[in-house]
Design a protein around this ligand. Structure first.
Ligand SMILES: [Zn+2]
Length: 508
């Protein structure tokens, strides 16, 4: 498992920049605080950071503030065999016994290390009794003890405990941080991964370091050490279904089986259900705001998604999922309340299907909005010239890429040819590109990008142009193109041809 193999071993290795910097500052001080709270979602590196901190304060030959990872103490801690580093999982039934034992033994001097370190995972799960026992110990900890309390749910920790802790927040990673962590694996495993693939993984992991490494690992298992975009893309589908917006779209389309499978996979892979539910709820919250026309800054895709639900459905689904999040914490099978909520929601929808508003095409949406006098979006008709659009082409590519990198790639291979009224005519050179760009979802991405970059609403239409045979294509391809010149304007359908074209765009 890449996630275990490449688990950070030094402060510098840690994925989150602000956590690294906070810990560096703390370790540079003479006096180490005796109680920490590491708060944040699962997979953000709390336990790794706790172990590194335990090593850094106990290492026999520290390198500045970093642990050496060579001395006997460092090695014991890495192996999890140190008698002085105690990891307690508060979520297990043993929590209360462990805390009792902790209270009895906390006064005893460490066996070998300078500090005894108690790492208490999921500390918010402790029973009230155990919490009180812990609180007494935290009031006056012996000088040789350091507590590191970890939690995915800091809101659950009572203020009296919070006030005694130095809190460090672990958040989801920024794209550059996730990239840094992926690059560590790529170097370590001597992989060759196309840039497009790396970017796709970063997008799909959405800030989850563990997820990013798992996606990469699943690709390596299927494709080996050299990973190109055309082979990787079809394998990324099930990760895509896990994006909150895509998952909600599955619910809108009543794809129950697929939605249940997404949850099941998430659990099988050790994902954080509570964090996932929180992200879904945040997305639902945004959709509710869109319905109330609060915050017109959201993208077209979110607006479109909002239109697939009635306001009542969004509220109902938010309630069901909040309830599932609460129940999941106590359930024997934590995914079950979540899955039942989904079943309940989709079944209700099916029963009232005839009374649902149809998902309105954009024209209808606009006329409805006009009738109610409400402003539904900030778009204004096109007032842009082709010249200006060409100048801003790179901005458009940059705006579209985070929404969908393959759409950006198709756009990169296209040319703005003319602006006719409110329509931008795009010249593309392959039937495949035309088909892809004209798919409803992709077309909306491009149009939303145009709106962002040019501040006006433009529709797009693609026309097939003569394929260029200049330096943009390699000589080999140019030769082949020349041989196949007469086929150029023919529909391109065979799978071989699609892959060949994809390779031309993405490189192989
Ligand atoms: Zn050491």
């Amino acid at each position: 498992m890449f996630f275990l193999k490449y688990r950070p071993q030094t402060i510098e290795d840690l994925d989150l920049k602000d956590v690294r910097e906070q810990l560096k500052r703390i370790l540079a001080q003479k006096k180490i605080p005796q109680a920490f709270l590491f708060a944040g979602p699962r997979g953000a590196g709390k336990t790794s950071a706790a172990r590194i901190l335990a090593k850094a304060i106990n290492c026999l030959q520290p390198q500045g503030i970093e642990p050496c990872n060579q001395c006997s103490l460092c090695q014991e801690i890495t192996a999890g065999s140190s008698l002085d580093i105690l990891e307690i999982d508060a979520a297990s039934n043993r929590g209360i016994d462990d805390i009792r034992q902790l209270r009895e033994r906390v006064g005893l001097a460490p066996a070998r290390a300078k500090y005894k370190v108690y790492i208490i995972d999921e500390v918010h799960m402790l029973t009230k009794e155990a919490f009180n026992a812990l609180l007494k110990t935290l009031e006056e900890p012996p000088a040789h003890v350091v507590f590191i309390l970890c939690t995915t749910d800091p809101e659950k920790i009572i203020p009296t405990i919070l006030s005694r802790l130095l809190r460090i927040d672990f958040r989801r990673g920024r794209p550059e941080e996730v990239k840094r962590s992926l690059e560590k694996v790529i170097r370590g495993e001597k992989l060759m991964v196309a840039e497009e693939v790396i970017e796709a993984i970063i997008g799909l992991a959405d800030g989850g370091f563990r997820d990013a490494q798992k996606i990469l690992e699943s690709l390596v298992l299927r494709l080996g050490k050299k990973i190109n975009w055309p082979e990787a893309q079809p394998l990324l589908g099930h990760w895509e279904n896990r994006q909150p917006e895509v998952f909600l779209k599955l619910l809108a389309q009543k794809k129950l089986k697929l939605a249940l499978a997404v949850i099941e996979e998430l659990v099988q892979e050790g994902g954080d259900l509570v964090d996932y539910l929180r992200r879904l709820l945040d997305c639902l919250r945004q959709l509710i705001l869109v319905h109330h026309q609060v915050g017109v800054e959201v993208g077209t895709e979110l607006k479109q998604l909002a239109n697939q639900f009635s306001l009542t459905q969004l509220v109902r689904l938010s309630r069901l999922l909040s309830q599932a999040a609460l129940e999941g914490k106590k359930a024997l099978l934590p995914q079950l309340p979540f899955q039942l909520a989904i079943v309940e929601f989709i079944e209700e929808r099916s029963q009232v299907v005839s009374s649902l508003p149809p998902s309105p095409p954009s024209e209808e949406k606009k006329s409805r909005a006009a009738k109610s006098g409400a402003k539904i979006d900030s778009q204004s008709p096109a007032k842009i010239e082709l010249k200006e659009l060409i100048q801003r082409w790179d901005d458009l590519l940059a705006a579209v890429k985070p929404m969908n990198h393959s759409v950006a790639a198709f756009l990169r291979a296209a040319r703005p040819k003319a602006v006719q009224g409110e329509t931008l005519i795009l010249e593309v050179f392959y039937r495949f590109h035309k088909d892809k760009l004209e798919e409803e979802r992709n077309r909306r991405i491009v149009e939303s990008g145009l709106n962002q970059v040019c501040g006006c609403s433009l529709k797009i239409r693609c026309v097939l142009g003569q394929r260029p045979t200049n330096s943009a294509t390699s000589k080999r391809q140019a030769d082949r193109t020349a041989n196949k010149q007469e086929q150029d304007n023919q529909p391109v359908n065979s799978e071989d041809e699609l892959y060949r074209l994809a390779r031309e765009i993405f490189g192989s």
